[in-house]
Design a protein. Structure first.
Length: 89
């Protein structure tokens, strides 16, 4: 196994992890900005008010996106484990 092939496998791993995590991170960012805007407008500075909507958004996003995330992860695992002979050289 050459260093280039190892770098390629590691690059694929990081890219797969990015695409699986990115939708939840975008949901968290959007929810955080929205909650912050509501806090600014209403002058509510309660920590629970900012944490609970984010947790609910993450839970809802995870439940909605879980089939897609599992499908994406299974494709990556199948690609890596299905072609082990090309990595053994």
């Amino acid at each position: 196994m050459t260093p280039e092939s190892v770098a390629h496998i590691v690059g694929q791993m990081f890219l797969a992890a990015f695409w699986v995590c990115a939708p939840l991170l975008v949901i968290g960012l959007a929810t955080g900005i929205l909650v912050s805007l509501v806090q600014i407008v209403t002058s509510i500075q309660d920590a629970g008010f900012s944490a609970i909507p984010r947790l609910v958004a993450f839970l809802g996003g995870a439940l909605l996106l879980m089939p897609w995330m599992i499908h994406r992860t299974m494709n990556y695992a199948t690609d890596i484990l299905g072609n082990l002979n090309r990595y053994g050289r």
